[in-house]
Ligand binder design. Structure first.
Ligand SMILES: [Co+2]
Length: 213
């Protein structure tokens, strides 16, 4: 049944894919972008900007205290050591270290900014108005709704991304990973843990068994 309150525009709105294609075509037609630019961007988004990049950085920091110190002091320069070059607009990369009693979580209350070349494109809930508004005001409740029930002994710090400062969480290395190889450790670090809506040590052995198997 047609909703009589909806406008003609709402009833005929195109899918996200159709709108994205139309925007890409408009950019090409107006000379704002070459076709190869759009294709290159799409390729990078799927193949190169993946959370495994962030996972590699995290594990390097776990295994190399000197690298970790450089990473916390100046994230942008430190990740270059691993071959990660950030877009020029990401002037600063601030790495926020979780501890036993501090939990960091990232949001963008304005839109959907992330350090996307390192942690991957943001998940859909990250772009939702609900998350953007409530992550700041009701962080403990929002984290619980996303499956992370933090005890009161852990305080929460929320980092609101800006155009030129991007954030990534440095998760705590779980005790149960003692003796794991670098590759196993990299496989454990999830995008959720890099954004700060999960804590690896709270995923427990069950989650890790899946990764190791
Ligand atoms: Co944004």
């Amino acid at each position: 049944m047609i909703d009589s309150n909806s406008t003609p525009a709402q009833r005929t709105s195109a899918s996200v894919e159709q709108r994205a294609d139309a925007m890409a075509q408009a950019m090409i037609d107006s000379g704002l972008a070459e076709k190869s630019f759009v294709e290159d961007f799409a390729h990078k988004a799927v193949e190169e900007w993946v959370p495994r990049n962030g996972a590699r950085i995290v594990v390097k920091a776990w295994l190399d205290p000197a690298f970790k110190a450089r990473l916390l002091a100046d994230g942008r320069s430190a990740v270059k050591e691993l071959g990660f070059d950030l877009p020029a607009i990401h002037r600063q990369l601030a790495i926020k270290e979780n501890t036993a009693d501090i939990h960091n979580v990232i949001c963008c209350s304005l839109c959907s900014c992330t350090a996307f070349t390192l942690i991957g494109l943001p998940p859909s809930w990250y772009k939702d108005f609900e998350y953007r508004a409530r992550a700041v005001r009701q962080s403990r409740t929002v984290l619980r709704e996303l499956g992370l029930d933090l005890p009161d002994s852990i305080s929460i710090r929320v980092w609101d991304t800006t155009a030129d400062t991007r954030y990534m969480v440095l998760p705590l290395r779980p005790d149960f990973t003692h003796g794991w190889s670098e590759k196993q450790l990299i496989g454990l670090v999830t995008q959720d843990s890099l954004i700060g809506v999960a804590r690896l040590e709270m995923q427990g052995i069950q989650g890790s068994e899946r990764v190791r198997g």
